[in-house]
Design a protein around this ligand. Structure first.
Ligand SMILES: NC(=O)C1=CN([C@@H]2O[C@H](COP(=O)(O)OP(=O)(O)OC[C@H]3O[C@@H](n4cnc5c(N)ncnc54)[C@H](O)[C@@H]3O)[C@@H](O)[C@H]2O)C=CC1
Ligand SMILES: Cc1ncc(C=O)c(C(=O)O)c1O
Length: 311
């Protein structure tokens, strides 16, 4: 018997919501995807069509009976639900308001999972009437393609929820990684350590964006997609790690704020794909073309990585 709830609700249908909803629905759940405006729902319906095409392309199996419905009525979205996944913007006060709206509408036993990128679960739960039911469930982007989810209990989380969520994640064939709570959790701490150094190298003019992307893609991403950092140390030799880290660690960037050149770009409206330019410039049609190339690459890489052993 599957541990996936019959009905699940995803709150927030932006970048992450449609892929999360599609993944649960293909595993057989009835999913309700909720957002606050008709415009957001229209965008989500269109994104959901693309996500479904991608899942077909990777040969993701479909359990009969699953479905996704879209709407702006919170009562309808929450009726009878067994699992709520919150995916609204990364703002503490907004998330706390959403939890209050949810708690007023559902029974005490309904799991509330948050897809926060790294706000501590303990902090978010402080304003809740039943803080034991909140747990971190951090999907990686794109959520329908990256088959790993971080599970993070806060200090108040009912520990039985951890086991429940592990079983739910396994029910849709993803790998659950249970962690102790720490800001940013594990994935984003590692990613942001890499990004901090990358941005510092760009800011200092050590390498071009094109050079940086090629170096990190092949020198780090390609290798780490197969071996993982712990096994990599065995492959390289712990003595080599000691020799290099003894002089290199003290050279690495330790800045605590976002680099100024990124702040300047944001102030100039350069946010990346969503504004038509960011780290790179994009002409007419370029963003769509890049998005397609990335998805095609991720589909091919996932097929390959799924077919080789976990080393
Ligand atoms: N974008 C990414 O790569 C990843 C994001 N996350 C996290 O997932 C969460 C959502 O991120 P995105 O999908 O990127 O955000 P987004 O900004 O693309 O989408 C958020 C959606 O929430 C909706 N929303 C706003 N207020 C709402 C409310 N009160 N009730 C319901 N919906 C509401 C917005 O209309 C929007 O459609 C954030 O906490 C983010 O840190 C986690 C992993 C990856
Ligand atoms: C830059 C960045 N920041 C946060 C997240 C996830 O929380 C991601 C991601 O890809 O999942 C990301 O790329």
């Amino acid at each position: 018997m599957t541990s996936l709830p019959t009905i699940a609700t995803v709150i927030g249908s932006g970048t992450m919501g449609p892929g999360i909803a599609a993944t649960l629905a293909r595993a057989g759940a009835t999913v309700r995807l909720y957002d606050i405006s008709d415009e957001a729902i229209a965008r989500a319906e269109s994104a959901y069509g693309i996500v479904t095409g991608v899942l077909e392309a990777v040969g993701s199996p479909t359990v009969p009976g699953g479905s996704v419905s879209f709407g702006t009525d919170l009562d309808e979205a929450l009726a009878g639900t067994g699992l709520i996944i919150e995916a609204v913007p990364e703002k503490l006060e907004l998330k706390q308001k959403v939890f209050a709206d949810i708690e007023a509408r559902v029974g005490d036993d309904v799991i509330i999972a948050t897809n926060t990128s790294g706000i501590p679960i303990t902090t978010m739960a402080e304003s809740m009437s039943h803080p034991g039911r909140l747990i971190g469930m951090h999907w990686s982007n794109p959520p329908h393609l990256i088959p790993m989810i971080e599970i993070i209990p806060g200090q108040a989380t009912d520990l039985a929820l951890v086991d429940k969520l592990v079983e739910i994640v396994k029910a849709f064939n993803y790998t659950p990684v249970v962690e102790k709570e720490i800001p940013g959790f594990v994935e984003n701490r590692v990613l942001y350590a890499i990004l901090r150094e990358c941005m510092a190298l760009l800011e200092e003019g050590i390498v071009t964006p094109e050079g940086l992307d090629a170096c990190v893609k092949w020198g780090i991403g390609y290798k780490l997609s197969v071996v993982g950092p712990t096994r990599l140390l065995d492959m390289a030799g712990l003595d080599i790690y000691q020799a290099v880290s003894s002089y290199l660690n003290k050279e690495l960037d330790v800045s605590t704020d976002t680099p100024q050149f990124i702040k300047d770009k944001i102030a100039a409206g350069q946010l990346g794909f969503k504004s038509g330019g960011g780290m790179y410039e994009y002409g007419e049609g370029d963003v769509d073309a890049k998005r397609k190339e990335i998805i095609t690459g991720l589909i091919a890489a996932r097929k390959t990585l799924s077919s080789i052993p976990n080393v």
